[in-house]
Design a protein around this ligand. Structure first.
Ligand code: ADP
Ligand code: MG
Length: 272
């Protein structure tokens, strides 16, 4: 396997002088091509800030960021956004309420001057399991799961290599969460995508991820493989506390069938 994303010594500081605070404190990560890398940790630990720093949405200090071996420049070049796209927790944050689905699918193609936008639009709609008829809808005319499918479809318009997934299912009902996670798995298989996924749900992480980094107060406190996570081999005390607080873990094997996953594996209610 080769490294798709390598982050060396990333820090993000919010505020100035005596109010300055490290939201991300000297984090290094390496994500292999085609894998799903999970970021876990309590609310406010800096997970979303890592994704935003990676996309250049917040200023950061960093020794280097490499994508497929190439140094990522600051400010990010247009080509970066063709390769890296983000999906947010709540599609209402990323979809425009007064534009049709179609207008929103066409927008990235227009910005990046892609030929063949209409065929791409129809192809991504189908790839996320929606029909042509959905393209004339507005976000409020869709269910939560359908909206998240549209957000994913829009992210796919540019045929990226990497999706940054910030709690992509935590705003959805449990049964719908399962559909969206399965869709993400299918898309990854079909397109060889690399995922960096934030979740506070260890059941989701165990199902989706091969590698996991645990964040606490802006620091990466432990990095481990999914096997170590699900077989009680976590070393760090904080990781062990997260695991103990999660009903998905303990003596039981990891959750693999989302249809039967209890709604209450969310960690934030236990540990935040
Ligand atoms: P998480 O995603 O793990 O819940 P975040 O990355 O959103 O955490 O936030 C990490 C810390 O940085 C929190 O204390 C949050 O309040 C702070 N923070 C996030 N964004 C900003 C911002 N734009 N300005 C100031 N502080 C911020
Ligand atoms: Mg967050």
């Amino acid at each position: 396997m080769s490294a798709m994303i390598e982050i060396e010594n990333l820090s993000v500081i919010f505020g100035e002088d005596e109010n300055a605070r490290y939201a991300v404190d000297d984090v290094s990560l390496c994500i292999e091509q085609g894998q799903t890398f999970g970021l876990v940790g309590e609310s406010g630990s800096g997970k979303s800030t890592i994704l935003r720093a990676l996309t250049g949405l917040v200023p950061s200090i960093c020794k280097s960021i490499r994508m497929a071996g190439q140094i990522v420049k600051t400010p990010r070049e247009a080509g970066f956004y063709r390769r890296v796209q983000m999906v947010f927790q709540d599609p209402y944050d990323s979809l425009h309420p007064r534009q049709t689905v179609w207008a929103q699918l066409m927008e990235p193609a227009r910005i990046h001057k892609l030929p063949d936008a209409e065929n791409r639009g129809l192809a991504v709609l189908s790839a996320v399991g929606l029909g042509r008829v959905h393209r004339w809808r507005y976000p409020h005319q869709l269910s939560g799961g359908q909206r998240q499918r549209i957000a994913i479809a829009r992210a796919l318009m540019l045929e990226p290599d990497i999706l940054l997934l910030d709690e992509p299912t935590s705003a959805l009902d449990v049964s719908v969460q399962a559909e969206i996670l399965n869709l993400l798995c299918d898309l990854q298989d079909q397109r060889g995508l690399t995922y960096l996924m934030v979740s506070h749900d260890l059941g989701v992480i165990a199902h989706m991820c091969q590698s996991i980094a645990v964040m606490q107060n802006g620091k990466l406190v432990e990095q481990l493989g999914v096997h170590a996570l699900t077989h009680g081999q976590a070393q760090n005390a904080y990781t062990r506390r997260l695991l103990a607080a999660s009903e998905a873990f303990g003596e039981e094997p990891p959750v693999t069938d989302f249809q039967e996953k209890p709604a209450s594996t969310a960690l934030e209610s236990h540990v935040a």
